[in-house]
Design a protein around this ligand. Structure first.
Ligand code: UD1
Ligand code: CA
Length: 458
């Protein structure tokens, strides 16, 4: 497949999506839909892939990556016109080309390979990938002659009632002889319900001119499905998600309820990890072995070691060491490096902080822009005051330090190794190692005051 060229049509606005985001970039389990099509082409061995972009071209180019070539279709005059724009970018004048629509993300590499093999071995001018659906809906219909040969593809909007009843649909994925595609694309006319240059009309023209056109009927009726609106998007996302879940389960991960577990395409999870319901694992997550994740947990681009427990919590762009327990109800924001055997309990928020091994911050704390040394104990209600209204400042808490409950540490400030901060202190100055810092007014006790008050009232 190395000498095969791939063309992917993705210039359309995707009007039916009703979105500001170009359709090509709508993500499915964390990956833009058209990127799935590119990946299938690449995996099949196609080296040269030309993606036709137009609507939101700069954004689409940025979102799809720079390992493909781009052709720009300034005005979206139809799939035939888009294909012509791609051919302008291609010098070759012989051989074959695969053309795919950018909105069929379930397409797989092995299907592309068998499409190409069929095309070459049958000596066809064009080979169309088709499938038989119960109702071919909005898809183009494959019109065959009495002898079974393909005669034409007619768009649903242009079908007669009899044609509309045909169940064989056009997937929008084809293999063409490159020179013949060039030749017949010059001859198509926008004489149809939508006033567009249809790529599908090339099929009828080839047949009319005596060329052989074949169809490869896919047994798998999912891989040919396209996305035109958000109902399709949700449907195809559920199929992709099911495949990811199956991959994880076959790799040794227990997923208590696959129907309420949402992993993105690239997540990695180690063996014997158990994932409880309502867990979302977004792009970039790498989770070790023997972890317990969820219920009700969201992890985004997080690296977890082994035997980590995360319960009802959110962690974003952070790393967590082996044996650490987080939650319930912790919010770990970007930039945290959390060590091993750490305990982070309920209503703890951390941001851009290094938390050393065996630290305990069991309840109700905010730790931002901080370094917390090994085995430090952060009492309930500890707040690092990292923002002075203008800039963010760092708090450094030494190893084995003990921060008494309800203390505020006004950054920049440093608590030395082994130092104690008395409960309810407002710390504004550094505390040296092994010291005790007390920063609160002394308690006054008025003996007998309450009794006197009761007696006064009678
Ligand atoms: C197309 C096919 C239809 C097939 C279906 C499969 C045509 C005329 N129809 O219909 O037979 O069953 O796909 O999913 O080809 N595009 C451009 N430039 C344009 C117009 C479209 O690049 O000027 C791109 C779109 O971004 C999209 C793809 O081509 O990725 C298909 O266009 P779309 O409008 O979705 O075609 P369908 O109506 O789905
Ligand atoms: Ca479509």
């Amino acid at each position: 497949m190395a000498d095969m060229i791939g063309i992917i049509l993705a210039a359309g606005k995707g009007t039916r999506m009703k979105s500001k985001l170009p359709k090509a970039l709508h993500p499915i389990c964390g990956k833009p839909m058209t990127r799935y099509v590119i990946d299938a082409c690449k995996e099949s061995g196609i080296e040269t892939v030309v993606v036709v972009i137009g609507h939101g071209a700069d954004q689409v180019r940025e979102g799809l990556g720079d390992d493909v070539r781009y052709a720009v279709q300034e005005e979206q005059l139809g799939t035939g016109h888009a294909c012509k724009e791609a051919l302008l970018e291609i010098d070759a004048d012989e051989g074959n080309v695969i053309v795919a629509t950018g909105d069929t993300p379930l397409l797989a590499a092995d299907v592309l390979r068998s499409l190409a093999e069929n095309h070459v071995s049958s000596g066809s001018a064009a080979t169309v990938l088709t499938a038989i659906l119960d109702d071919a809906g909005h898809y183009g219909r494959i019109i065959r002659a009495d002898d079974g040969s393909v005669r034409a593809i007619i768009e649903a909007k242009d079908c007669t009632p009899e044609q509309r009843a045909v169940r064989e649909m056009n997937s929008g994925i084809y293999c063409f002889s490159l020179p013949l595609l060039r030749k017949y694309l010059d001859e198509i006319k926008p004489a149809n319900a939508q006033g567009e240059y249809y790529l599908t009309d090339v099929i009828g023209l080839m047949v009319a001119n005596g060329h052989k056109v074949s169809a490869l009927v896919s047994d798998d009726t999912d891989i040919v499905l396209g996305i035109n609106h958000r109902v399709d998007l949700a449907h195809l996302t559920s199929i992709v998600r099911q495949r990811i879940l199956e991959r994880l389960m076959l790799d040794g991960v227990t997923i208590i309820d696959p129907s309420s577990t949402y992993p993105d395409y690239d997540v990695q999870v180690g063996r014997d990890t158990v994932i409880y319901p309502m867990t979302v694992l977004e792009k970039g997550c790498r989770i070790g072995e023997g972890c317990i994740i969820g219920p009700s947990t969201r992890l985004v681009n997080v690296e977890l070691g082994n035997e980590v427990t995360v319960l009802s919590s959110t962690i974003v762009d952070s790393t967590v060491g082996d044996g650490t327990r987080i939650g319930p109800f912790a919010n770990i924001r970007p930039g945290c490096r959390i060590g091993r055997d750490v305990k982070i309990g309920d209503f703890v928020e951390a941001k851009n902080s290094e938390i050393g091994d065996s630290v305990s911050m069991a309840h109700l704390s905010y730790v931002g822009d901080s370094t917390v040394g090994e085995r430090a104990n952060i009492g309930a209600g500890t707040i690092t005051c990292n923002y002075d209204g203008r800039t963010k400042n760092r708090t450094v808490i030494g190893k084995n330090a003990f921060i008494g409950s309800n203390s505020t540490l006004v950054a920049p400030v440093e608590i030395g190794d082994g130092a104690y901060v008395a409960a309810a202190s407002a710390i504004t100055e550094n505390a040296p190692p092994d010291s005790l810092a007390i920063a609160r007014s002394r308690q006054t006790v008025k003996e007998g005051w309450a009794k006197r008050r009761r007696e006064e009232r009678g």
